[in-house]
Design a protein around this ligand. Structure first.
Ligand code: GLN
Length: 233
């Protein structure tokens, strides 16, 4: 039996041929993927398809020398609890603020990146731990049972000049954004579902569960630009 074309992995580019890196004499960036829970393997695979070196992050020492970090989808209460238990909550906050580490959160990762989840947080009596790096008010599980999971195409002009496939799974929505937050994509009803604040990126959906690498490419470009700035500082 032959593999359907849609399931074939495109050949990975060697790291040095990635467009964000090609022609530069600096070392290719290394991007960490938080691997405590959730859909981290899919991000690792998407980065490999782009020819980007990645590292699974489970302990604070795994952050050493990283140029960027992805917080995957999963269950934000579990990820938050494990971040606290491993010491990664403080270590990531420190590296993201003091060392200007770019961070991208998808779905549960968006929730963990936000400063405010209103009353949609943990129901077990304790506030759920958040990194709080992006000035966003977010609502967890914003779509009722009928729309628990759905797929749609979204315009994200800063990311690509074509509609991008977006998979939502018990997804959050962004209810309000602070100063300096750029909305990258909205639902047809106008609610924001992707945003950028400087070196921080958040998507309510899962680009890593599609074949489309546009958001990964966009994050690699943010990471490469930040790394170049660090070197010239
Ligand atoms: N509903 C999950 C949460 O609130 C997020 C779901 C996901 O990451 N796909 O943490």
């Amino acid at each position: 039996m032959t593999t359907p074309a849609s399931l074939e992995e495109p050949a990975a580019l060697p790291p040095t041929e990635h467009p964000a890196i090609a022609g530069s004499s600096s070392p290719p960036p290394v991007i960490g993927v938080l691997a405590l829970q959730g859909a981290f393997a899919e991000h690792v695979r998407a980065l490999a398809r782009l020819g980007v070196i990645s590292r699974e992050v489970r302990l604070p020492a795994d952050l050493d020398g990283l140029d960027g970090l992805i917080v995957p989808g999963g269950e934000s209460t579990t990820i938050g609890k494990l971040l606290g238990r491993t010491g990664l909550l403080d270590a990531i906050r420190q590296q993201a603020t003091a060392d200007a580490l770019p961070v991208w959160g998808t779905c549960a990762g968006l929730i963990v990146l936000a400063t405010d989840i209103g009353d949609s947080g943990s129901r077990i009596g304790q506030p759920q731990p958040l990194l709080g790096l992006m000035d966003l008010r977010v609502r967890r599980n914003a779509f009722g049972s009928q729309l628990d999971s759905f797929e749609t195409d979204l315009a994200a002009p800063a990311v690509a000049d074509r509609p991008l496939p977006a998979v939502f799974i018990r997804a959050p929505v962004i209810e309000a954004t602070g100063d300096g937050v750029e909305v990258l994509a909205r639902l047809p009803d106008g609610r924001p579902v992707a945003a950028r604040q400087g070196r921080f990126l958040a998507t309510a959906f899962h680009p890593e569960l599609t074949d489309d690498l546009a958001f990964h490419r966009y994050f690699v470009e943010v990471v490469a630009a930040e790394a170049a700035e660090r070197r010239s500082a």
